[in-house]
Design a protein around this ligand. Structure first.
Ligand code: UD1
Length: 418
């Protein structure tokens, strides 16, 4: 298993280029199952989860060509299998995104039920409820969701909880359903909007993506399209924190600052200088001390849960007490105890973490527990004095494209040890 060795304490400086959004590329790849024509996706990040999604599509019978790095040309003209098996779903929950497209286009899908994961239970009951409303028959067979349908029918669906992949799954299914589907309390994350834009290019009729009410008028068939994935807003936020926590200065390019206004606002309150030089570029610097500031995660456009761990690391270096409250997942503070091992003062109680800063961080051996937690440990490592080892970095490889190379290119001392 790969590890990272980090010698921290160096201010970062230079330019970092942001990759395409993992959480947008995943549903967009799944959407290619909705048509027999070729879908071309550009700016697909080179991360482990995308390799897994590509493997899933190939196992189903799709042809996936990669004519150049980060471009995927997918043909689902001859799909022969309709199953996302446990081996794939257990490594990547987003495999459930095959469910909606498969049942909508082929009338059948078998998707292994994802179990809980490090950050919480993460059920998919809302995905299943919505598909049932649209006329799918759902059965559980030995841990596998078996969905069958004649043509799905449009329906009015209210999500009890805002769910990102649930909204995406149902939006894809509704695109090929008979009649109109209204999704209420839908997720309005930029990744949902990006998927809707791809679907519209494929011929879908979708209105309201980016708001809590999405209306989809089903069509008989969808066609091919060429689409460029949006920049990764979480990677962008992670690099803003990287600049801030090392007292460095970074230019961050190929990003979309409009997609992370809540993060930028919060970090400015903390004392980070963030200048938007154009629509795709940010300049980040720190002058003076960082100020402890509370944060509560929320659905978009609120502060993203996927930035909570990185923010906690930053708060260990800010002056004063801060309260970090997690409202999306029930168990997303695994990084807190690892940060304590570096010297951080954090107390977790219920859904909140109480951080007292600043405390000097000193390198130690750490274990990554999930994707964003591992990012927070890398940030701690580059801020800490001495040497930090991070084990199980396969978590970070799921969603960050070559984070160690990007960090090294701006002055961090970090290496991958096989
Ligand atoms: C997506 C993102 C993930 C991010 C999360 C929240 C992808 C591939 N992953 O995950 O990075 O952290 O959104 O922004 O896009 N829930 C239910 N029943 C359901 C579905 C969800 O109770 O059927 C609950 C979940 O347990 C969780 C909350 O709803 O508490 C939000 O989860 P959801 O938005 O579905 O997360 P994902 O789509 O899995």
């Amino acid at each position: 298993m790969d590890k990272f060795r980090i010698r921290g304490g160096k201010p970062l400086s230079g330019t970092v280029t942001i990759s395409g959004a993992k959480n947008s590329a995943l549903p967009c790849l799944a959407a290619s199952l909705l048509t027999a024509e070729t879908v071309t996706l550009r700016n697909v990040p080179y991360v482990r989860d995308l390799i897994t999604m590509r493997r899933l599509l190939e196992d189903l019978g799709c042809t996936v060509l990669v004519p150049e790095l980060r471009t995927h040309r997918i043909s689902a003209a001859s799909v022969e299998q309709f199953e996302a098996p446990y081996e794939l779903v257990k490594t990547m929950r987003a495999s459930v995104l095959a469910l909606g497209p498969l049942v909508a286009r082929f009338g059948q899908a078998r998707v292994s039920l994802p179990g809980g994961c490090a950050i919480g239970q993460r059920p998919i009951d809302l995905h299943l409820m919505a598909l049932e409303r649209m006329g799918a028959r759902i059965e559980m067979q030995a841990g596998v969701v078996v969905a069958t349908a004649d043509r799905l029918k449009g329906a009015d669906i209210t999500f009890e909880t805002v769910t990102v992949t649930g909204t995406e799954n149902v939006m894809m299914a509704a695109a090929l359903a008979d009649g109109i589907t209204h999704l209420y309390n839908a997720a309005s994350e930029p990744e949902v909007v990006d998927l809707a834009e791809l679907l519209i290019r494929m011929g879908a009729r979708i209105e309201g993506a980016g708001t809590p009410t999405i209306t989809i008028t089903g069509v008989e068939a969808l066609g091919g399209a060429d689409h460029t994935i949006i920049p990764d807003r979480i990677e962008t936020g992670t690099f803003i924190v990287a600049a801030a926590i090392t007292g460095g200065a970074l230019e961050i390019t190929n990003c979309n600052p409009r997609h992370l206004l809540a993060v930028i606002d919060k970090l400015r309150t903390v004392g980070v200088t963030i200048d938007q030089t154009n629509d795709h570029k940010l300049e980040v610097a720190v002058s003076g001390r960082l100020k402890a500031t509370d944060v509560t995660t929320a659905v978009y456009p609120g502060f993203p849960t996927d930035m909570q761990a990185q923010y906690m690391t930053l708060m260990t270096q800010a002056e004063g007490d801060s309260v970090i409250t997690e409202t999306i997942f029930e168990n997303r503070f695994m990084h807190a105890s690892e940060l304590q091992r570096l010297g951080a003062r954090i107390r977790v109680h219920g859904h909140s973490a109480y951080v007292h800063g600043p405390t000097p961080l000193t390198g130690a051996k750490l274990i990554a527990s999930d994707l964003r937690a591992s990012a927070s440990l890398v940030l701690a490592g580059i801020a800490a004095s001495g040497e930090t080892w991070i084990d199980r970095v396969y978590h970070i490889d799921r969603g960050y494209e070559k984070i160690e190379e990007k960090l090294r290119s701006v002055g961090a001392e970090i290496e991958r040890v096989k």
